[in-house]
Design a protein around this ligand. Structure first.
Ligand SMILES: Cc1ncc(COP(=O)(O)O)c(C=O)c1O
Length: 355
């Protein structure tokens, strides 16, 4: 069988990625606002919660459409939370939270898009006496994000090949946190998986190591960013990589606009200037999402599902979760790769008489 380049999946590391120093800084800066570097988005979240708890006994408000790891982190800390309705891509599925004094409202900038529903509502809350946390994990580089909340969290490992790397930014001075040292059963294992993938060496072992290291991320004390990730992040050329993401996103946008595929639609129809996409999310009707997911994997195209949600959230959130698929558009891929992804989706619709 003709070898096909993998599209999507774990970001590879090669030995050439070490020892470089780029002129850009991939760590968001925000005019030098107080910040703490740590290992994962959930560590950044638990640091933010610890800061907030110093002056509050209130509730946390979280959107129904949320990464389950966040619910896990909040629950593990014994903090009471309530849901409010916010679904990515659907203007009429936003029902603002009703925070009381000192509560903490968390909102998410989904998939690289700035969450204007929430920002417009926040702009009407002139004398708010509650706290706001912006989850920028999926939108680290979109213009303006991270500057509205009392806290903002980032997870750079979603954007680059570093096994870990995340950040909490705050509008107020932060106490020096006690961060546990980086754990090699998480970061070294992940690093080796990435090196194996780059070298096309033992696919099963690489997948096992990714799974093991990801499972170890369940709630535990926040850790420092590993040395290896700091090295990798220091060598990344920011601008051309972000430009490639935009280019790939726009190419798929154009393909989906030109050729209508019955039952498969983009979640977003446009990218606003300044937005840097994480992935290209599509919605698939008729319970066919899992079939398309598998079909693409059979063609070496590996998509994520953000996120698998079931009980505990609204029917709308569950429906969205059952239809969504995130198509990879990151800096590893070029125009030919994006064309191949689209053609594979078209072939899927033909094979299933969907066209
Ligand atoms: C919106 C959002 N917030 C937080 C997290 C947690 O980040 P991490 O996996 O680095 O802990 C994720 C993970 O996918 C996420 O998508």
């Amino acid at each position: 069988m003709k070898y096909k380049k993998n599209i999507g999946g774990e970001m590879e590391v090669s030995l050439n990625d070490f020892g470089k120093v780029s002129k850009n800084n991939v760590w968001p800066d925000f005019n030098s606002r107080p910040h703490i570097k740590c290992d994962t988005g959930r560590s950044a979240l638990s640091l933010a919660l610890a800061e907030w708890k110093k002056s509050s006994n209130g509730h946390v408000w979280i959107p129904e459409y949320v990464c389950p790891s966040m619910i896990f982190t909040i629950s593990a800390l014994g903090i009471p939370f309530k849901f409010y309705q916010d679904l990515p891509g659907a203007a009429n599925f936003f029902a603002p939270p009703k925070p009381e004094a000192n509560d903490l409202v968390i909102f998410i900038h989904y998939f690289g898009k700035v969450n204007n529903n929430v920002l417009q509502w926040v702009s009407t809350q002139i004398n708010r006496d509650w706290f706001l946390l912006e989850d920028c994990v999926q939108s680290a580089y979109s213009l303006g994000v991270g500057s509205y909340g009392d806290y903002a969290i980032f997870s750079l490992r979603k954007w680059w090949n570093a096994p870990d790397g995340s950040m909490l930014v705050s509008s107020k001075v932060l106490d020096e946190p006690k961060l546990a040292p980086s754990a090699d059963y998480i970061t070294t294992k992940r690093l080796m998986a990435k090196i194996f993938r780059f070298a096309n060496h033992d696919e099963n072992l690489h997948l096992d190591w990714v799974r093991h290291s990801e499972n170890k991320l369940e709630y535990r004390e926040p850790r420092q960013c590993s040395w290896v990730s700091q090295q990798l992040l220091a060598g990344i050329e920011l601008i051309p990589n972000l430009e490639q993401r935009i280019k790939n996103w726009l190419l798929l946008q154009n393909k989906f606009a030109t050729k209508k595929l019955r039952g498969i639609n983009p979640l977003y129809f446009q990218l606003i200037k300044g937005e840097i996409p994480l992935v290209y999310p599509v919605l698939i009707d008729h319970d066919m999402r899992d079939n398309l997911h598998q079909w693409l994997a059979d063609h070496h195209i590996y998509c994520s599902i953000h996120w698998k949600l079931d009980t505990g959230v609204s029917i709308e959130a569950q429906k969205l979760s059952s239809k969504i698929l995130s198509i990879p558009i990151d800096q590893r891929y070029n125009t030919e790769d994006m064309k191949r992804v689209f053609e594979s989706i078209v072939n899927f619709t033909r094979q299933t008489n969907y066209e």
